[in-house]
Design a protein around this ligand. Structure first.
Ligand code: ADP
Length: 272
């Protein structure tokens, strides 16, 4: 689908030499469009909470000494600020991704990464009174993977955080580790709201949210799974999803086990 055009230009500085410039215009146009759409989406996502915060702050200014009203609007400012905070964090993750951080692959034991990712979700879990349980079905064998540890840690964190956010308060989320052939499997199981079958492919798209209103309350941006998917794929793995509305969701990440890996590193290796 790529339309390529070639232009011939003569170099005045080097008589007799011809430079062939191959401009892949179709590809460039589609990159431009993706970039434009992205900027439009981000601008929109930023504008909404910023506008709301400004309006709410103005309303508080007019509230006089009505304490209940002030509290109510202050809480709503908190929700919008959380949304902004979520977006900024995701933009930082995206920036890191585009900087090509995933090239720094090293052999680590996947347990260490998963343990770190669970620790990264502590604040979210505490806010929703949720518990994240690690079940290791491969405790007696190493699960070395050669990955960009920081990227994979973000991927696991995003998936686990979703499991917490899209479940009722006080939920128990299970993170299960196992080995299947030459792959390490990491399953994140929740019993939350679930995702309708026809939308399951779309949740990995940038900015896609099944229920924007619910996701706004949790500071959701629609970017978490697309970032997770990017890292998993960049590390030669894949994500699969099972889900049923009202029953819950299971996200499974399969990563190839490192061949001839040296003694796997401990959790501290994931700090790299
Ligand atoms: P968000 O920041 O909105 O959570 P994500 O890209 O992480 O964005 O997820 C995209 C959408 O997929 C979410 O808005 C939500 O509708 C749905 N989703 C993701 N994980 C789960 C889950 N564990 N249970 C139910 N729905 C989920």
């Amino acid at each position: 689908h790529v339309a390529a055009t070639a232009q011939l230009t003569t170099q005045p500085a080097a008589p007799g030499r011809i430079t062939l410039v191959c401009a892949d215009t179709g590809y460039r146009r589609s990159v431009d469009r993706v970039r434009r759409d992205f900027v439009t989406n981000v601008s929109h996502e930023l504008k909404t909470p910023v506008g709301a915060i400004m309006l709410l702050a103005e309303t508080i200014g007019d509230a006089g000494d009505d304490v209940d009203m002030i509290r109510h609007f202050a809480a709503r400012i908190g929700v919008e600020a959380k949304r902004l905070d979520g977006l900024v964090r995701r933009l930082i993750e995206l920036g890191r991704m585009n900087a090509g951080g995933e090239r720094s692959a090293a052999a680590v034991d996947v347990r260490g990464l998963v343990a770190q990712a669970i620790a990264d979700t502590e604040v979210t879990a505490a806010a929703r009174h949720a518990v994240v349980r690690l079940r290791d079905a491969a405790a007696d064998m190493p699960l070395p993977v050669e990955v960009d540890a920081a990227g994979m840690r973000i991927a696991f964190k995003n998936i686990i955080e979703n499991a917490i956010n899209y479940s009722p308060e006080g939920a128990v989320v299970a993170v299960e580790l196992s080995r299947a052939g030459d792959e390490a499997c990491i399953r994140v199981v929740d019993h939350g709201v679930g995702i309708p079958q026809q939308l399951q492919g779309r949740v990995f798209e940038r900015f896609y949210r099944v229920d924007p209103a619910r996701s706004r309350l949790t500071g959701g941006t629609g970017l978490g799974l697309s970032i997770a998917n990017h890292h998993v794929r960049a590390n030669h793995g894949r994500i699969t999803l099972w889900s049923r509305p009202g029953e819950g969701s299971t996200f499974t990440v399969a990563l190839p086990l490192a061949q001839n890996a040296a003694a796997p590193d401990g959790p501290e290796a994931a700090d790299a």
